[in-house]
Design a protein around this ligand. Structure first.
Ligand code: ADP
Length: 488
């Protein structure tokens, strides 16, 4: 007990030491009534109030009268409680009533029992008056540098949405004449083409929250070219008050049409290949049955041919399914069934195809789901065959099935194999996403199985994911909503 108390005190002391060492940052706390409760020396330096001059006073005096009238302090507290933090980037007022641009974050503060007791504010002075001139110069230089280095359609705007600069391809994309729009308001350079109500609606929260890192797609009417879709990528270049940000545009219209054509092509080609392939497959099987008296070289050749035909036919099936998914033509046929029994059946038939691994199944239970049984079965087989394929030096695969608190049946398949390097994990559910590791090791595969599995699971209201450590193994899991019997 004493030990615990001692270490608690150490922690508080350490926290205070850190807070005190932050000379560039004002760190202070306020209680729920906005009264300042602690004040570090960084805050003394920035706001010019000594700790004993401000502790106990209302923290609103640090805001401008305009912000107080607009209820900014209470809005910040509300946002911070709702989201765990709020961005606090605005003008603040020092003891001598001069203003500076403070940039920081507000966190809610809880006591040991988890009761909300106030807020912590961390803030830096990002604009001393003498800095403003330099900032402005840097800002202009940066804008020019960007425009001269990029060829993509980019426009650079300031906080008033005045166009500071733009690349020639931006002018081209929107059929504008560059001379006519520099220095004008972004929304007023329409010429009919940048009249994008959707862009306006999407841009407003970006400006309000200072979050310049999420791209979004908008459709608009180009006067000559009809309906176009563009991906808009905002980036902040310079922080407020000399805010400068860029919008990069990527025209997706032609790409989308090409993608659609490609999907139609894949789907037709796969269909056409499937028919002759099934004939070859049937003859291959006949040949395999007649191999008893054949020379070893003939035997080997026929087995190799059949192995490759099987690979090709599963590739074609997967390609057909993926193109059905992207064109929205995959039709699921849901029914109510026991997921545990389906898994037991899948494992039984899977074991007929392999002897290298032992698949450990939990005791069978009743977990009823309403889903497409055949497609769900293919998800299970895919996870199982990956677990075996990617763990050549181990012999065990564990399956776990459980009902979760949010009314889902969750299935996990664990292996002790090669694992997936962290930097490659993001591409696994993408089409043809295979890790370099399996390509180096020449483990065969199409890179389509997990993509399909993910789409099938998501279409059925489920979730899919994995955890993995390189050289230790992976656990892939998916969940489906449990079937709830309608009340009689
Ligand atoms: P395939 O196995 O045909 O390549 P999948 O879509 O099923 O295609 O899997 C995509 C990729 O994910 C694999 O190529 C492999 O790199 C990785 N992967 C999948 N399952 C595992 C696993 N259990 N262990 C390690 N890597 C895996």
């Amino acid at each position: 007990m004493d030990q615990k108390r001692a270490s608690g005190t150490d922690q508080t002391e350490r926290y205070q030491l850190i807070v005190e060492s932050l000379k560039e940052y004002a760190v202070f706390t306020i209680d729920k009534d906005s009264l300042v409760t602690t004040w570090n020396s960084g805050a003394e330096g920035i706001f010019l109030y000594k700790s004993d001059e401000i502790v106990g006073r209302n923290g609103d005096i640090l805001y401008t009268p305009e912000d107080i009238a607009a209820m900014v302090p209470s809005r910040e507290m509300k946002d911070s409680l709702a989201d765990g933090k709020a961005i606090n980037e605005r003008f603040h007022v020092k003891k001598d009533r001069s203003r500076f641009w403070g940039s920081g974050i507000v966190f809610p503060l809880y006591d040991k029992q988890g009761q909300h007791i106030g807020f912590t504010k961390i803030m830096r002075n990002t604009s001393d008056a003498e800095q403003a001139e330099t900032n402005l110069r840097e800002e202009k230089a940066l804008a020019e540098l960007l425009i001269s280095t990029y060829s993509e359609p980019i426009v650079i705007l300031n906080s008033k949405l005045t166009v500071m600069n733009a690349t020639p391809s931006f002018a081209q994309l929107f059929s504008l004449n560059k001379q006519t729009f520099i220095g004008k308001n972004f929304y007023q350079i329409t010429n009919g083409s940048i009249n994008m109500p959707q862009l306006r609606t999407r841009l407003e929260p970006v400006l309000k929250t200072n979050n310049y890192y999420t791209s979004f797609e908008v459709d608009y009417e180009h006067p000559q070219r009809g309906t176009r879709s563009v991906l808009v990528k905002p980036r902040r270049i310079y922080q407020p008050p000399n805010l400068l940000f860029s919008l990069e545009f990527e025209d997706l219209t032609d790409n989308k049409a090409v993608m659609e054509e490609k999907d139609i092509f894949i789907s037709i080609a796969s269909h056409e290949i499937r028919t002759p392939l099934s004939v070859i497959k049937a003859y291959g099987q006949i040949l395999e049955r007649e191999l008893n008296n054949a020379k070893p070289i003939v035997k080997r050749a026929v087995l190799k041919i059949n192995e490759q035909i099987n690979f090709m036919s599963s590739l074609i099936t997967a390609l057909l399914d993926t193109s059905k998914i992207t064109t929205g033509k995959l039709i699921l046929e849901p029914e109510v069934f026991n997921l545990c029994s389906l898994i037991a059946e899948q494992v039984e038939s899977f074991n007929l195809t392999q002897t290298s691994h032992q698949v450990h199944l939990p005791k069978e239970a009743d977990l009823m789901v309403y889903a497409d049984k055949v497609r769900t079965g293919s998800v299970i087989t895919n996870l199982l065959s990956n677990a075996v394929k990617y763990s050549p030096n181990s012999h065990d695969v564990n399956i776990n099935i459980e009902a979760t608190a949010d009314h889902r049946a969750k299935v996990s398949v664990q292996d002790f194999g090669i694992g997936i390097p962290v930097h490659e994990q993001a591409k696994l559910f993408q089409r043809f996403g295979r890790t370099d590791l399996v390509k180096q090791k020449r483990i065969p595969g199409t890179g389509l199985g997990l993509h399909l599995a993910a789409e099938i699971v998501k279409l059925q209201g489920g979730e899919i994911g994995f955890t993995s450590a390189e050289s230790e193994g992976s656990t892939f899991y998916f969940s489906l909503p449990l079937y709830e019997r309608p009340d009689e």
